[in-house]
Ligand binder design. Structure first.
Ligand SMILES: Cc1cc2nc3c(=O)[nH]c(=O)nc-3n(C[C@H](O)[C@H](O)[C@H](O)COP(=O)(O)OP(=O)(O)OC[C@H]3O[C@@H](n4cnc5c(N)ncnc54)[C@H](O)[C@@H]3O)c2cc1C
Ligand code: SF4
Length: 517
């Protein structure tokens, strides 16, 4: 089947959607292939049982991690058109200027890091554009480590709700500088869409009314209006190489099981940090010398955890959205030089999950107790920057396949001692804030997911040390780009989506300049 695509993009997350929009606007014929489907914007979208317990959007293709000392654990991510943006918390942060020079700044702490081949100034205009496309609401000038910005935000988030106000007052009393999280949420509705009703089912859920500015309601409709085609419910199982070029992609239709081939002039892999590495390995790109050795290596995922404060009375009597507050006072460590050395990260408010989910997750009896006290809780998310380590990696198990015949990814990941120390340091500061706010009990809970997975195909100048060149082109395969969370050489201490989006717009512009009609 030959439809003559200029560009085939695998995946419709932040990387894939942004590249596709840039390309289609320049007149390229673009096909986006996505294994998930469009989510239903009906009552199920805000139903904790449907989304979190019955897992309506659960992928049929797992990845595995070893369970120490024996066995394996299988993770089944959610999948949908728009990627994780559909389920995400919409926190939209820029990296800090010094994040681009980690090795230079902390040479003893970060020996395995490579500095970024670009600096903040090169990404800044694309951060502006990504914020515009994603309708980010924020307040500039309050974040103490905020990098310079040429523009303000398009809109302002609503005032702090009771839980966020409680944390803000306590943090301010301790001499810290809390500020509102920049959020990709439509609070003011200038484009005819329904504005946010500030519900309690945002992070982890699709937005039933489409007020979260996920890619399926913002960038993808714009790309489709510009002429792009989205082929959903279709899994790319292999890139077909002819000589040193990608000739096209081998696909499976999830509904019918039909196998087919889509030829292309240019291929962008944007399937997410773990699936992209697995797809490249399954396509033989690990054997390309010398950069193939870096495919799958240096997986990072942030060393994150939650400090849960339990108070004597209800913390959110109005029962409204409260993922609102952030602190970067400890981003590069403690002002007094108190350890650990190297970057720490940030603390931010997190929505308390629904009681039925707490009960399910926590098991008996802890989950039941947690569910009954959920309305007295405040959650603070600690995002510690984890450092790259080549031993943390994605491999494929060629002997075992998923339902579509693709090899199952195996993920090996261990935090370094310093990663854990950075998280502990943030826990300590988060607990101090919650104590000051009046929390009677403070509990620490590590996050064990791969929701912030990055780094498996890092970009750089040197093919002996990175998989991709500074334009995210695979060294040695001129018509192949990898443009998702995989490209990051370091994880930074902020949520990754805005950086993935900005970089994809940057690469999109380069692709258009080189390949446009
Ligand atoms: C619950 C949750 C909350 C989060 N909250 C935030 C937040 O508040 N702020 C923030 O910045 N980040 C947040 N993140 C992280 C953020 O969502 C991710 O970093 C980001 O979405 C990654 O973008 P991506 O383009 O790399 O990949 P993805 O968003 O994962 O997109 C990849 C797409 O490719 C598809 N795909 C994969 N394999 C194939 C294949 N073989 N064939 C066809 N399609 C394929 C996938 O289905 C997916 O749609 C959150 C993540 C989760 C899970
Ligand atoms: S808080 Fe707003 S954006 Fe989030 S799910 Fe609810 S209505 Fe949608």
């Amino acid at each position: 089947m030959t439809r003559g695509w200029d560009l085939v993009v695998v995946g419709t997350g932040f990387g894939g959607s942004m590249v596709a929009l840039a390309a289609v606007r320049a007149g390229l014929r673009v096909l986006l292939i996505e294994r998930g489907r469009w989510v239903d914007r009906d009552d199920s979208a805000w139903d904790p049982r449907a989304i979190l317990i019955d897992r309506k959007y659960r992928s049929a293709s797992p990845f595995e991690t070893p369970s120490y000392p024996f066995g394996r654990t299988r993770f089944y991510p959610d999948e949908a058109v728009g990627g994780k943006s559909v389920f995400y918390g919409a926190a939209s942060f820029r990296l800090r200027e010094a994040d681009f020079r980690l090795r230079e700044r902390f040479p003893d702490v970060c020996p395995e890091s490579v500095d970024w081949p670009i600096g903040y100034a090169e990404l800044a205009p694309f951060y502006d554009e990504a914020e515009r496309l994603l309708g980010v609401a924020g307040v500039p000038g309050l974040d103490p480590t905020e990098p310079p910005r040429a523009t303000g935000y398009a809109s302002t988030p609503p005032p702090f709700s009771a839980p966020a106000r409680r944390v803000a007052d306590a943090a301010t009393a301790l001499g810290l500088h809390p500020f509102p999280i920049p959020l990709a949420i439509n609070f003011t509705s200038t484009d005819g869409r329904r504005p946010c009703v500030q519900c309690l089912t945002c992070d982890l859920f699709p937005c039933k009314i489409g007020a979260k500015n996920d890619l399926a309601v913002t960038v993808l409709p714009a790309a489709i209006a510009g002429g792009a085609t989205v082929m959903h419910s279709t899994v790319v199982v292999r890139l077909r190489l002819e000589g040193k070029r990608v000739a096209g992609v081998e696909c499976v239709d999830v509904t019918t099981g039909e196998r087919f081939f889509e030829p292309c002039r240019l291929c962008v892999v944007a399937a997410g940090a773990i699936p992209s590495a697995a797809l490249l390995l399954a396509s033989g790109l690990g054997a390309v010398e010398p950069n193939g050795a870096w495919v799958g290596r240096c997986l990072m995922r942030h060393c994150s955890g939650i400090v849960i404060g339990i108070f004597g009375s209800r913390t959110n009597p109005e029962r409204v959205f409260h993922k609102q507050i952030a602190l970067t006072d400890f981003y590069f460590g403690h002002a007094t030089g108190r350890g650990p050395a190297g970057p720490w990260g940030m603390i931010q408010g997190l929505q308390v999950p629904p009681p039925e989910y707490i009960a399910e997750e926590g098991g008996f009896p802890l989950g039941s107790v947690g569910a009954r006290t959920a309305d007295r809780m405040v959650f603070l998310l600690c995002i510690a920057q984890d450092l790259p380590d080549p031993a943390n990696r994605v491999e494929i198990d060629a002997g075992r396949a998923d339902p579509y015949g693709a090899p199952i990814p195996r993920v090996f990941h261990r935090y370094t001692r310093r990663d854990r120390l950075a998280r502990s340091a943030l826990y300590r500061e988060g607990a101090r804030i919650l104590r000051r706010a009046g929390a009677l009990i403070r509990v620490r809970k590590p996050i064990n997911t791969f929701s912030h997975a990055v780094g498996t195909c890092r970009f750089g100048h040197d093919p002996a040390k990175s998989a991709l060149d500074p334009w995210c082109r695979f060294f040695g395969v001129p018509n192949l780009f990898v443009v998702d969370a995989s490209f990051l050489p370091s994880s930074g201490g902020v949520n990754p989506s805005l950086t993935i989006a900005a970089n994809a717009l940057r690469v999109g512009r380069h692709i258009v300049a080189e390949w446009g009609r």
